[in-house]
Unconditional design. Structure first.
Length: 348
């Protein structure tokens, strides 16, 4: 029996397109001792994947041309020799861009079981790494407080779409989001709990920031980096926190053209902190975060926004969408449907 896989065909210089990938056929794997075979249901895309394709990350081994595209997703276990991964269970794991995968429990970050009472797609979004990233960023790095004046960039993206609801579930009162375009800004207020929005593509950001933050910003959750981050550095209140989650505005910029910061000294003047984090380093808090996120979804405090296309063929377009600004919420691809009854394990 054969399956489809996407492999890296060429290294993109700019935004990736279909010519950088090859859709190939490969045998469906057989189960092996200590491993399980899973059927892919959803695959997520993340901005960092472009950096894998360009071999720009230190934390992943080099991605050779011709190799399977890496990626995490949601899958159902269909054959198993792993005690912790029973047949029928739904897992979030490193699957790669393929329809069937051999899963190893010892992979790091480890595959984790997902609740089956929630939409399975949440297992690549809110009740998964996008949700955990937003939660760790707001709570553990940003140390959100009730009275904070909060700004989020990339607010309508996969991580950003969860930040306002999570900040409010943790006690925050008001959150401002920045995103590109009127449709995203409408959705920020209607579906993602943002109180005020700034459309950076159609309004003067300085004027909007002056109006919304006349006394400065306490907490900035940054997904885009670059010139906007520099602007915010100049607008910090005392003891402000900047959470460096990502810098998508600079991922395609050559080193010599990256933004040169002029307002960094303001961190010292304002007794403020700027701290980055990498969600894979927080594996020890995943179970507790997943439980919290799943509870918020069940209670209606967290309402995930997902942007789903159908079929494994759409994966290259899904990745390009992140850089084209086309996605609203967590961009993912539905690759298949479960064939077996869902194993009634409710881990979180
Ligand atoms: P995402 O925000 O859904 O990324 C796509 C969005 O980024 C686009 O819709 C677009 O929104 C915005 N964008 C694209 N190019 C841009 C540019 N040149 N300038 C400004 N905005 C641009 O992706 P995500 O997965 O949620 O990730 C958000 C950020 O967090 C990324 O930087 C990612 O690398 C980072 N991240 C970090 C961790 C961690 O462990 N720290 C984990 C996951 C993700 P607009 O149309 O609104 O511009």
């Amino acid at each position: 029996m054969m399956q489809k896989q996407w492999r890296l065909a060429a290294r993109p210089e700019g935004i990736p397109d279909r010519s950088h990938f090859a859709l190939t056929d490969a045998p469906i794997p057989s189960v092996q001792p200590g491993k399980a075979v899973a059927k892919t249901l959803y695959l997520g895309v993340a901005p960092v994947m472009l950096r894998y394709m360009r071999n720009e990350t230190e934390f992943e081994s080099p991605l050779e041309l011709g190799t399977l595209m890496p990626g995490r997703g949601v899958a159902q276990i269909i054959e198993s020799n792993c005690e912790g991964l029973p047949v029928g269970a739904i897992v979030q794991a490193r699957l790669g861009w393929q329809e069937y995968v051999l899963i190893d429990e010892s992979d790091r970050p480890a595959p984790f079981l997902l609740p089956t009472d929630l939409p399975l797609s949440h297992g690549i979004g809110a009740v998964s790494l996008s949700g955990i990233t937003a939660l760790v960023g707001v709570r553990d790095i940003g140390k959100v407080a009730r009275t904070d004046r909060i700004l989020v960039s990339g607010a309508a993206g996969g991580v950003g779409s969860h930040v306002a609801e999570i900040a409010k579930a943790l006690g925050a009162q008001e959150v401002v989001g920045i995103a590109g375009g009127p449709e995203k800004c409408t959705r920020l207020q209607r579906d993602m709990a943002y109180d005020h929005v700034i459309d950076y593509k159609n309004e003067d950001v300085d004027v909007a920031l002056d109006r919304l933050f006349p006394d400065g910003i306490d907490l900035y959750f940054d997904n885009v980096g670059g010139a906007l981050l520099d602007n915010i550095l100049a607008r910090l209140r005392r003891r402000a926190r900047i959470v460096i989650c990502g810098s998508i505005s600079e991922y395609l910029t050559e080193k010599e053209n990256k933004h040169r910061f002029i307002n960094l000294q303001n961190l010292g003047r304002q007794d403020a902190k700027m701290e980055g984090f990498f969600v894979f380093d927080y594996e020890d808090v995943y179970p507790q975060c997943l439980e919290m996120l799943a509870t918020w979804v069940r209670e209606g405090a967290l309402n995930p926004v997902e942007d789903i296309s159908q079929g494994i063929e759409t994966l290259p377009d899904a990745l390009a969408d992140l850089y084209l600004g086309n996605n609203i919420g967590v961009r993912m691809v539905e690759v298949g449907q479960p064939d077996l009854p869902l194993a009634s394990l409710s881990p979180v």
